[in-house]
Structure formats: C-alpha cells, structure tokens
Design a protein around this ligand. Structure first.
Ligand code: L14
Length: 335
C-alpha cells in the first residue's frame, strides 16, 4: 500500500482525537495529514506523530489531493461536505448517521462485511457504536446457527455524546453530592446516579413508533451490515453514568440450538472478539476494563432457560474506539 494523503474532519473532537491516536498506533501509511475543523477551532493545533499540525477550517475545497477523509463532525456537516470530497476523488469514511441507510453507501464493520467496500462511490459509513459491537459477536453465531431474533438492552457511556456531556456528568455528580443544582443541557434529566432510557437528546423519539432513533439504528443497521433482512432486532437503549465503554445485555435466538460451550468456542475464534467468561472467578467484561482497547469483549454467555434455542450474553466495547475511531481506521485500511 502506498502512503496516503489523509484528512481528519472534526479532528479536535473526542472521536477525532481517537482517530489520530489510532492512525498512529496502527501505523497507518500516512504521507501527509490535514486537520479539518470548524471555525471555532481556528488557530488550534493537533499533534500527529510528535508533529504539531494547525487546524484548517473545513470547506468545499478542503479535499483536493486528499485520498482518504475520516469524518467525525456531525450529520449536518457530513451531509454538506462528504459529496464535495467524493467528487474530488477522495473516499470518505463517515462516522455520523447521515449516510448509513443510503442504498448507495456501504455500511461496514470489517470483521463482518469487508467485501462491501468494493461498491463504494466515494462515501462509506461507519455504523452506530452500539450496533458495531453487537454485530461483531452476532455474525459468527449467525454463520454457525442462523440468528432469528435479538433482544438487546444497552448501557451506554456518556462519552458517546461528546466532551460537553462528560463535563455535564461531572457537574451533576458534584452538585448531587454537595447539595447543589444539576444543570441539564445535554440530558433531559440528571445523569449522575441515574439511568435515562433515551438516547440521543431532544430528537430521540423522531420515528413516532415509541422507539428512540438510537434503537431504530440498531434494528436497521444490523440487517444492512449482516446483509440479511431476516435478522430481527428489538432494542432498548439507555444512558448510564459511565465515562467510556458501552455495555449490552443481548438475548440471541438461533434457528439451530447452540450450547453455551459451543458459543464460547465459536466466539473465541472470531476476529475482533475476546471471550472473557468465567463466572466461578467472577470474570466478565466491564466498561472500565475495555477502555482504550479495539476489541469487543463478551461474557456471561448462558443458555436462556425460557427458550429451547436462545443464548444470553453481555457485550462490552470502547464506544470511542471499536464504536467509532478504530472501526473507521480499519475501514480506511481496507481501502
Ligand atoms: O449514531 O452515545 O453515531 O450519544 C453517536 C453518539 C449515536 C448516539 C451515532 C451517543 C450516535 C451516540
């Protein structure tokens, strides 16, 4: 692979900075890197391999001569600028939800559907964080025993909502310990010492069917990534006062029965998956342990006592890495 001219759009954000770290750690063949950000970040610099690089303001002409652009700058910005980048011959890997369900745009998790990179027309979508870590585990089970239906509840970390949400969790925590007033901007209710069954904020219930948009992303994106509309998903997505690392309780019904041992064996051999499952030793994955790791961790694997061919499990991954930056860099590697 020859060295690439890379642009990171949204370089100063939480995911943007993780993209830079991941490109460094995985030694991505970078010839030259451009830091693109909004007007607000003008004058800021970002470090790449020890070099201070000034941010440029993202514009229609930012992508001339760029081979690969990693976007993490929100759906609106992506809708506006990704087509300009594609027109200039650049391939965009986009983290927002703007393009994911567009039939002309591949939606990729490299462990599941790397081949879909071939039909890209200049824009590739990075799936939703909660969906990515779930399908990495579902796909090998689907191959072995055909997944019919999935019931998932998520326990999602605050860092998914960005820096200001993390600051808000800190303010709420201090206020509630010290007898002050939690001030809600990112969240409809205090997030400290609480669980909020709504992700994201004010536009969560936009579909009008009682599901949040995050839940419908899990329903729809799973089918597209796995390339199988017969995989049925229902989801409840919950924000919990965790800094980083999404956890998921997942019930998987399969056409053929899998024992817990068979599932552990299949998942131990699956790419990107680490089985951490020894109840006798109180070993199971947790958000705190997955921090900074690109893999998806699975444990608490057991046969559902209420069903003849279903499994329960607990899936955890770093939402900023496999859920965002790491998956995006893996897609760039496929290119
Ligand atoms: O679909 O935790 O990429 O607020 C990323 C942020 C989903 C919600 C996406 C969060 C969003 C997520």
């Amino acid at each position: 692979m020859s060295d690439k001219v890379v642009a990171v759009a949204g370089a100063t954000g939480l995911v943007g900075s993780q993209i830079l770290r991941t490109l460094e750690e995985r030694n991505f063949p970078v010839k030259n890197i451009k830091m693109l950000a909004s007007e607000r970040s003008k004058g800021k610099t970002m470090t790449f391999k020890g070099e201070e690089i000034p941010c440029e303001v993202l514009g229609e002409d930012s992508f001339k001569g760029v081979d690969i652009a990693l976007f993490s700058c929100g759906g609106g910005t992506s809708k506006k600028f990704a087509p300009h980048a594609a027109k200039d011959g650049c391939v965009v890997v986009d983290n927002s939800s703007a393009w994911r369900m567009d039939p002309k745009v591949p939606l990729i998790v490299p462990e599941v559907n790397p081949h879909d990179v071939e039909w890209n027309e200049g824009i590739i979508a990075n799936p939703n964080c909660s969906t990515i870590q779930m399908v990495v585990v579902l796909q090998p089970l689907h191959k072995a025993a055909k997944v019919k239906r999935v019931v998932v509840s998520t326990y999602q970390a605050v860092s998914g909502a960005g820096v200001s949400a993390l600051e808000e969790m800190e303010q709420h925590t201090r206020a509630m310990l010290d007898g002050g007033e939690p001030v809600c901007n990112n969240f409809p209710y205090p997030i400290a010492f609480n669980c909020i069954p709504q992700i994201p904020g004010s536009d969560a219930f936009e579909d009008g069917n009682g599901y949040t948009s995050e839940e419908m992303k899990m329903v729809n994106e799973t089918k597209k990534i796995m390339g199988d509309d017969s995989v049925l998903v229902t989801a409840t997505t919950v924000r919990v006062p965790v800094h980083t690392g999404h956890s998921e309780s997942v019930n998987v019904e399969t056409e053929e029965k899998l024992t817990a041992d068979q599932a552990r064996e299949i998942l131990a051999a699956a790419p990107g998956v680490i089985v951490k499952d020894d109840p006798a030793k109180q070993l199971y994955p947790m958000a705190l342990d997955c921090h900074g790791k690109g893999d998806t961790f699975v444990g608490r694997i057991r046969e559902d006592v209420s069903h003849p061919s279903a499994l329960d499990m607990w899936i955890v991954s770093d939402n900023l890495l496999k859920g965002a930056a790491y998956n995006a860099v893996q897609i760039a590697e496929l290119l």
